[in-house]
Write a protein that binds this ligand. Structure first.
Ligand SMILES: Nc1ncnc2c1ncn2[C@@H]1O[C@H](COP(=O)(O)OP(=O)(O)OP(=O)(O)O)[C@@H](O)[C@H]1O
Length: 940
């Protein structure tokens, strides 16, 4: 081969520009192809093209082989060059740029090959564009090579070289032709297919041509990978199908709660990504957190952030200076320069101190900690406040544990930023500096070795970790199974012992532990092997670099100190490389967590104050429901045209079957939801037009299942009015007939009630809730089955308490026990979301075929104070269970008088049981009570 460094050639001035161009092209060509590929892949990922790429190229495998052949040709050229060097006894070959160019091209097309083989349905333009670039540049390169060598006569080796280049050109060309031909033929077949296609899709045949696909194996790989990827983001096609799959879990794998949570979070992220259309818009949605991570109005903290940035830059400089200084010390010791070793060691010690935990690191932490805690503080407070201000529809649909986890996810956003700004960016700078510095010190070969080692390391690390994903998943579910078996055995110990199943449980647990241990070992071994491979790559890189450096030191092209510098520098690069290998995974995990918080922060409260809404001007307490309709889900109407008016001080009771919509009416009045149609007015003002706070200030509610805080009784009652004195609290409790009981507790009013009030009985809980409502002194009272959990005697006491509470106030009561509302001014019977009857007790029981009369007759036909009907009499009903719906808690005298009234209504008196059976409401409300009623009818 003609030597391009031949003096005779160099002398030719005309060759100089060509030579310079050729040299530049050797470096520029691989760099350009790589940049093009990286940018295109970046765009494809950002625009979610990689996720929606459904096109399954029928000749992908052929193209992959052509890529392999192209890469082989680069190595063939290198071998050819080596042969030439041996023949001409010029070893190592002098044509450095040429060799670097070949190696770089092999590396770049190697990276593309790996990218193509890893994605069964790739986005093609990064690959086809690279092939196109090669088709343009390769002839130019060859032309320049020949031009620079002329007029040297071409030898055999040159001919071999030209043939190899020609062959490669053919491979590049063929790859492009195969791509376009495959594209054309698959489109053609797709057209015919769609005409022939059966109406039912064959499983897995997404594009209608999987069955004839030569890359069937690849496709199945892809699908499994796609479904795996669904964990951390699969293609849209696979994610849809895998979502279906996940909805119908396979028989051999039961999804653990942890897996379900992860899967749902992933699916939510995928969905949001798809909605946003690309990663950039998606990432922009996180700007909502900007005021919490960036100290907006805190200049002192902002200065700290800038100083932290400077610290990081200084760290970058130190990372180069330390190995360099070590080299200088070695050189000064070996007298290859005139430097004083003592001074150099002192400088080294100074640099080490600055780089240590007591130096820049300490300074950085000192600067950063207030910023970090600002962010934590701002994010947690904002998330908590946002959640508290969201409306009922949100709280009714989200589980509290999910909400709490999401609030804690605020940390993930700081984690992402810290990973990128404080670790990834400085490490990237470190790597770039290392590449440049090593290239300058030891020449471009060393730079190439650094880059190639980093690329191979990252590939191996990311792929081996990804391969362990399935094994890791198996380990986690085995861990959950073990946990479950253990917990079930311990929690159900009495059952296990009673049934003599201790041995069985031991065997079950031992099996679960064995399974988990086996899986853990597999994962652990997998990690060990992965690390071994990663370090083998690093070692190979280090050895290659060290050999090159030794060669240069022995040829006086470098000093021993520089050799030491190289070894130290390499050791320093291991940490960034390992970090980068796991960066994608950690960012995607943090993103998924941050996504949960983002979803909450983007949720707007549906119940909001109108702009400039005035406070409610309460005058008397007239409440009007004007043709109110309502639906929770905007599909099924729960309330239909509810229309009534409560005059000030009136007591209105709602009765009806369970699920009829009674509690919903109360929720609408307290504006937990807004009506879908119609309006609710208080003293003539639409409740949607007044300030929400002022509305709720006028309303006191005793809910069906009151929730107390895990605090003292005193604090729980006082929660209604934080400024109330102890005496006022006592007074409210006296009015609620609970004072005596509280003072009987060991700690009196300071007794802690436990989580959600678990330490109180159902009756006590309800009375504490009534006391709380009494303390609030509301203008309008809502009682939603306020006495459902108490026995009849306690209830009579509570009735007295309620009379105190409701005195002179407009009151709405929901009750199943009709005896508790028979004195209400108006009773409204609700059925299927509609008012079917209304009037006073007397009016309603005299109605023929009346719903209320029917319910009432059922109640009083039960023998008064009957033991079977009121089993729990004398002691509060077990918490969480309602007292029986049909209870006759009237006195015998009252019962006789009511029976007389009912008997005057012939339909009701003759056929109470038949009516009960034929009524759908009764079927819903008290199916089990019918027999009870009929049974007692005879007795009465
Ligand atoms: N938050 C909610 N989201 C969706 N649907 C709901 C919600 N709350 C209640 N519902 C539905 O609305 C209907 C009416 O419920 P509501 O609680 O008003 O009935 P109710 O008459 O008070 O019943 P009960 O006497 O058992 O308390 C029911 O079918 C119920 O399933």
């Amino acid at each position: 081969m003609a030597d391009p460094f031949d003096a005779s050639l160099l002398d030719q001035a005309t060759q100089v520009p060509y030579r310079q161009l050729l040299t530049s092209l050797h470096y520029l060509f691989p760099a350009t192809v790589f940049l093009y590929y990286a940018i295109c892949q970046g765009i494809a990922i950002c625009m979610l093209q990689t996720k929606s790429a459904e096109y399954d190229h029928p000749r992908r495998r052929v193209i992959l082989w052509l890529f392999v052949l192209c890469i082989i040709t680069y190595f063939a050229q290198l071998v050819n060059l080596g042969v030439h060097a041996v023949i001409t006894n010029q070893f190592p070959p002098a044509d450095q740029d040429f060799i670097i160019g070949l190696l770089s091209n092999a590396l770049v097309f190697g990276v593309e090959f790996v990218g193509l083989s890893d994605s069964p349905r790739p986005v093609w333009y990064p690959f086809t564009g690279s092939l196109g670039l090669a088709l343009i540049v390769e002839p130019i390169l060859e032309f320049l090579t020949l031009k620079v060598r002329i007029p040297a006569p071409l030898c055999f080796v040159d001919f071999v070289d030209i043939s190899i280049v020609g062959l490669r050109y053919v491979f590049f060309l063929l790859a492009l032709i195969v791509y376009f031909e495959g594209l054309r033929s698959s489109r053609r077949e797709e057209g015919t297919d769609s005409e022939r296609q059966s109406l039912l899709k064959v499983n897995g045949d997404i594009n209608g041509h999987a069955s004839r696909d030569s890359d069937r194996e690849d496709q199945s790989d892809g699908q499994s990978e796609g479904s795996q990827q669904n964990g951390y983001g699969g293609t849209s096609a696979t994610s849809d199908s895998s979502t279906d799959a996940s909805q119908s879990p396979t028989t051999d794998h039961v999804e653990s709660p942890w897996e379900r949570r992860e899967r749902q979070a992933n699916e939510a992220m995928e969905k949001r990504l798809k909605e946003n259309g690309n990663w950039v818009t998606y990432a922009k949605s996180f700007l909502i957190f900007f005021p919490y991570v960036w100290p907006v109005n805190q200049p002192s903290l902002q200065v700290r952030v800038v100083l932290v940035g400077l610290c990081l830059l200084a760290m970058n400089a130190i990372n180069v200076l330390i190995p360099r200084q070590l080299g200088i010390i070695i050189d000064s010791l070996s007298h290859t320069n005139t430097r004083n070793p003592w001074t150099e060691v002192l400088i080294f010690a100074g640099l080490k101190l600055v780089a240590s935990e007591a130096g820049l690191s300490l300074l950085r932490q000192w600067l950063w900690i207030p910023v970090e805690f600002y962010s934590f503080d701002a994010m947690s407070t904002a998330a908590y406040s946002h959640v508290l201000n969201l409306s009922s529809d949100f709280h009714d649909t989200k589980s509290s544990s999910d909400i709490m986890m999401a609030i804690q996810s605020g940390q993930s956003i700081s984690n992402i930023l810290e990973s990128i700004c404080f670790r990834a960016l400085p490490m990237l700078i470190d790597m770039t500096v290392a590449f440049i510095y090593l290239s300058v010190t030891f020449g471009p070969y060393e730079g190439f070795i650094t880059i190639a080692t980093a690329a191979v390391f990252l590939y191996i690390a990311t792929h081996m970790i990804a391969r362990l994903k399935t094994a890791r998943r198996g380990e986690v579910s085995a861990w959950f199974k073990e946990h479950y078996v253990r917990q079930a055995g311990i929690q159900g110990w009495s059952t296990v012992t009673c049934f003599n199943q201790v041995g069985h449980e031991e065997a079950r647990y031992s099996e679960a532990v064995k399974d988990r241990v086996t899986k853990s070992q597999k994962v652990f071994f997998g990690y060990v092997v992965a690390y071994a491979f990663q370090f083998l790559v690093l070692l190979s890189g280090l050895l290659a670099g060290a050999f090159l450096a030794v060669y240069q030191v022995t040829h006086k092209q470098a000093t021993p100190g520089q050799f030491i510098m190289l070894l130290t520098y390499w050791a320093q690069l291991v940490a960034p490389l390992t970090f980068f290998a796991g960066l994608g995974k950690s960012i995607s995990r943090d993103l998924i967590h941050a996504e949960q918080l983002l979803e909450i922060m983007q949720t707007k409260p549906t119940i909001r104050n109108k702009e400039g809404a005035p406070p409610l001007h309460f005058t008397a307490g007239r409440v009007q429901f004007d043709q109110v309709s309502f639906s929770y889900d905007k599909k099924k109407e729960i309330l239909k045209g509810i229309d009534f008016e409560a005059t000030p001080g009136m007591t209105v009771a709602f009765v009806g079957a369970t699920g009829a919509g009674k509690s919903t009416i109360l929720k609408l009045l307290d504006r937990f939801y807004d009506v879908t149609k119609g309006s609710i007015k208080i003293d003539g003002q639409d409740i949607r037009d007044v300030d929400l706070f002022s509305l709720r200030a006028q309303i006191g509610i005793v809910p069906q299942s009151p929730i107390l805080f895990d605090d003292t009784i005193m604090n729980n009652v006082r929660y209604a009015r934080l400024t109330a004195t102890d005496e006022e609290v006592h007074e409210a409790c006296r009015a609620a007939s609970i004072h005596e009981q509280i003072t009987g507790f060991t700690d009196g009013y300071q007794t802690r009630v436990g989580e959600r009030g678990v330490k109180l009985s159902g009756g006590e809980l309800q009375r504490v809730a009534i006391a709380r409502a009494i303390l609030k002194q509301p203008a309008i009272v809502l009682l939603d089955e306020a006495t459902s959990a108490v026995d009849t005697e306690t209830e009579q006491k509570i009735q007295e308490a309620l009379r105190v509470l409701c005195e002179g106030r407009t009151t709405f009561i929901v009750a199943h026990r009709l005896s508790t509302i028979m004195n209400a001014d108006r009773i409204i019977v609700v059925r299927g979301g509609e008012i079917v009857e209304e009037g006073s007790h007397e009016e309603l029981i005299s109605l023929k075929d009346g719903k209320y009369a029917e319910l009432w007759s059922k109640q009083i036909f039960v023998k008064p104070k009957d033991k079977t009907a009121t089993e729990t009499e004398g002691k509060p009903v077990e918490k969480g269970r309602k007292a029986p719906n049909i209870v006759n808690d009237l006195t015998p005298e009252a019962t006789s008088s009511e029976l007389a009234k009912v008997k005057s209504n012939p339909v009701v008196s003759t056929q109470p049981n038949e009516q009960a059976k034929s009524s759908p409401d009764n079927e819903e409300s008290s199916a089990g009570d019918d027999s009870e009623a009929s049974g007692h009818k005879k007795e009465v």
